[in-house]
Design a protein around this ligand. Structure first.
Ligand code: ADX
Length: 202
C-alpha cells in the first residue's frame, strides 16, 4: 500500500477485547493447524474429522479449505506462482484473525513450497503456526484421483497442476508428519487429535 494511504489509517487493534478474554470465554487457546500436502492426499478429509472431533468435544474450530475459499474470497485467483502466493497470504491473514479470537483454525491448503509455508508462518506467527504434513505419495494420490484432476492434468487439460506440472516441495520442518499413504484414516486422525489437544489447552 502506498505510504500516503497507510498514514491515513487508524487501526484500533489495542482497543478491542483482548485475546486472553476471548480464550477464557471459549475455554481454549486459539491456534492454527496448517495442513499441507498434495491434492488428494487426504488433508481435507482429516481436517473435517478434526473439526468434528473438536466440535463434539466442546471446542470452537473452523475449517478453511482451498477448494472452498477459492469459490469465495479467493475466486479471483488461479494457480500461477503469484496467485498461489496471494491465496496463501489472504488465508494466513484470515487465520490470524480467527486465532486471535480464540478459535482453532484447521487449514487445508496444498501450499506446495517452503516459501509459501514460510509466508504463512511469518504472517500467523511462530507461536500459532502448526505445520502438519499429510504425506501421501504422488502415485497413491494419482491412483485415487478422487476429483478426477490428475487424469486431466496428465492430459494437459489443467496447467500448473501440483505434483504433475507444478512443484511440490516436501516440508523439511513439519511439526507433525502423517503417513496417510501407509496408515488407515482412523489411525491418522488419532495422531492428529493427539497432536492438537495439548496446543489448545488454556
Ligand atoms: S494452493 O497451492 O494455492 O495452496 P489450494 O489448496 O488453494 O492450492 O487449492 C488446491 C485445490 O484446488 C486442489 O485440491 C484441487 O482440488 C484444486 N486445483 C485445481 N487446479 C489445481 C492446480 N493447478 N494445482 C493444484 N490444485 C488445483
Amino acid at each position: 500500500m502506498p505510504q500516503q494511504e497507510a498514514s491515513n489509517l487508524f487501526p484500533i487493534f489495542d482497543k478491542v477485547v483482548d485475546r486472553e478474554n476471548k480464550e477464557a470465554l471459549l475455554k481454549q487457546r486459539g491456534t492454527v493447524i496448517w495442513m499441507t500436502g498434495l491434492s488428494g492426499s487426504g488433508k481435507t478429509t482429516l481436517a473435517i474429522g478434526l473439526e468434528k472431533y473438536l466440535h463434539d468435544n466442546g471446542h470452537l474450530a473452523y475449517l478453511l479449505d482451498g477448494d472452498n475459499l477459492r469459490t469465495g474470497i479467493n475466486s479471483d485467483l488461479g494457480f500461477s506462482e503469484k496467485d498461489r502466493k496471494e491465496n496463501i497470504r489472504r488465508v494466513a491473514e484470515v487465520s490470524k484473525l480467527f486465532a486471535s479470537s480464540g478459535i482453532i483454525t484447521v487449514n487445508s491448503f496444498v501450499s506446495p513450497t517452503e516459501e509459501l509455508r514460510q509466508l504463512a508462518k511469518s504472517i500467523i506467527g511462530t507461536a500459532d503456526f502448526n505445520l502438519v504434513y499429510v504425506n501421501t505419495p504422488l502415485e497413491i494420490c494419482e491412483k485415487r484421483d478422487t476429483k478426477g484432476l490428475y487424469v486431466k492434468a496428465r492430459k494437459g487439460e489443467i496447467k500448473e497442476f501440483t505434483g504433475i506440472s507444478a512443484p511440490f516441495e516436501e516440508p523439511k520442518q513439519a511439526d507433525l508428519v502423517i503417513d496417510a499413504g501407509r496408515d488407515a484414516y482412523e489411525e491418522c486422525l488419532k495422531q492428529l487429535i493427539a497432536f492438537v489437544l495439548p496446543k489448545i489447552k488454556c
